[in-house]
Design a protein around this ligand. Structure first.
Ligand code: BGP
Length: 478
């Protein structure tokens, strides 16, 4: 009955700095994630200049996956994972980023990690840049604003793709590359590219320069990867938040279409290999000059990705006569964002919209006609661990169940080519936007609180057994 392919990649997703810990072990250098303080639901994390005494930096220990990965992978295997998405911490491989010789201890760590996954027939899915880079590259070079950082990134990517060519088949270049479009929120600029856009007189121009360098870096890495191993599948990764018109008023519809340009900009270049007209027009209109080198167009055209990985957590809505200031808008990025009265929201205001996932899959597949991979989706909630070690996260099961039912329709009814599904934070980890531990996503509970107290003990939540059944039945039993 079920039309999900037999080799559908069921698994889970994480990122190095949100779970590894061991931030200064094994020769690792300081990364930009290492200077981000804890935050709270209402208070953004702070970017500090170096480490401040008395401040808590949650990723320094995170959930200590660096030492506990074997135990954790055993649990993933018990759930039946076919794949596991994580990232490589660039600063484990090149501690400062501009060295010529990689750090062998860092390389050896990922060898052990990938060998352990493969022992359990779990395919590693690797993001090369997930919201972090060596701190030195940000402070000394200005991050991806500086073209030299493209070369450092290509050297790092080449090093790991060569080293792990027989262990890793699925790669992604930059995580949620489009999140930095919101230039008023420095956290995304800092983590995506090592640049604080708001410090510049013309932040948008800086953003597009950075974007150009990242897109060139990605294309070069795709090309290089194919030379190293033609069987590699190399994708891009974007955050996909569909934007609905608040009403059927033509102006609401048009505003939604325009707002979607920000969502599509990066993937249009990654997948089509050239800049879309709406961006060229915008640059012309707004007097934005992006410095390009001779040969850049050819690089973009020759480094198109094989598949599109995307995260889906929520949808958004815009209203043409709304004019919120940024602090009031739902995702902080669009002055016209309004609450959609037809859907509920999580405690963090993320609007829960399973149908939006089917809509997203259709929109992306119709636009690009390449395989899609849902590499993040999930429900951040405050879970309670009972005295007997159990945790009833039925709300998480409800969320995931509804989303899986919708992506199955996209495959069965709409004919979308979908490679796999890796729910975010399959084991509890540090939240990226807030830096909290209490915003949990996992099938596995980790005993640790927002201040860093706890035994780090792992316990299976109710969703653990549920997801195991889902995988065993290839999505038939929800
Ligand atoms: C995405 C990031 C992840 C992850 C997730 C959930 O934006 O790619 O790194 O953290 O969102 O967000 P949060 O942890 O803030 O709840």
């Amino acid at each position: 009955m079920c039309s999900l392919p037999k080799d559908f990649l069921w698994g889970g997703a994480v990122a190095a700095h949100q779970l590894e810990g061991g931030w200064n072990q094994g020769g690792k250098g300081m990364s930009i994630a290492d200077v981000l303080t804890a935050g709270t639901k209402d208070q953004q994390r702070l970017i500090t200049e170096g480490l401040l005494p008395g401040k808590y930096y949650p990723n320094h220990e995170a959930i200590d996956f660096y030492h506990k990965y074997e135990e954790d992978i055993q649990l993933f295997a018990e759930m039946g994972f076919k794949c596991f998405r994580t990232s490589i911490a660039w600063s484990r491989i090149f501690p400062k980023g501009d060295e010529l010789v990689p750090n062998e201890e860092g390389l050896a760590f990922y060898d052990k990690l990938f060998d352990t996954l493969l022992k359990y027939n779990i395919e590693p899915v690797i993001t090369l840049s997930h919201f972090e880079m060596p701190y030195h590259l940000a402070t000394e070079y200005g991050g991806f604003y500086n073209r030299k950082v493209v070369d450092f990134f290509v050297r790092y990517a080449t090093t790991v793709m060569e080293r792990y060519q027989s262990k890793v088949k699925y790669w992604m270049t930059f995580n949620e590359i489009n999140n930095q479009m919101n230039t008023s929120n420095d956290i995304f600029g800092w983590t995506c590219s090592g640049v604080k856009f708001s410090e510049f007189a013309h932040p948008e121009e800086v953003l597009y320069q950075v974007a150009h360098h990242e897109l060139i870096a990605s294309a070069l890495v795709v090309k290089k990867g194919k030379e190293i191993n033609p069987d590699f599948q190399i994708g891009c990764m974007a955050s996909f938040v569909p934007i609905y018109p608040y009403s059927c008023a033509p102006n609401d519809m048009m505003l939604a279409t325009e707002s979607m340009h920000d969502r599509f900009f990066f993937t249009d270049v990654h997948i089509r290999g050239h800049y879309p007209n709406y961006i060229l027009k915008k640059w012309e209109r707004d007097g934005i000059h992006v410095a390009m080198e001779a040969g850049d167009e050819a690089i973009l055209a020759s480094g198109k990705v094989d598949y599109l990985g995307f995260s889906y957590y929520m949808s958004n809505a815009v209203k043409s006569d709304a004019n919120n200031d940024n602090s009031k808008s739902l995702d902080g990025s669009n002055h016209y964002s309004v609450r959609n009265p037809h859907v509920e929201a999580s405690d963090w205001g993320w609007q829960i919209d399973p149908v939006g996932l089917r809509y997203a899959l259709n929109t992306l597949y119709e636009r690009y006609e390449i395989p899609l991979f849902i590499v993040e989706n999930g429900f951040g909630a405050i879970d309670e661990l009972k005295a007997d070690g159990s945790c009833d996260d039925g709300y998480r099961i409800d969320y995931l169940k509804a989303h899986i039912a919708e992506f199955k329709k996209a495959v069965e009814i709409d004919g979308v080519e979908l490679m796999g599904y890796t729910p975010w934070g399959c084991i509890d980890l540090v939240s990226f936007t807030t830096g909290e531990m209490k915003k949990r996503y996992g099938f596995i509970y980790v005993d640790k609180d927002n201040e860093g107290n706890g035994t780090l003990q792992r316990s299976k939540k109710k969703s653990f057994d549920w997801y195991k059944e889902v995988i065993a039945s290839n999505g038939e039993q929800l």
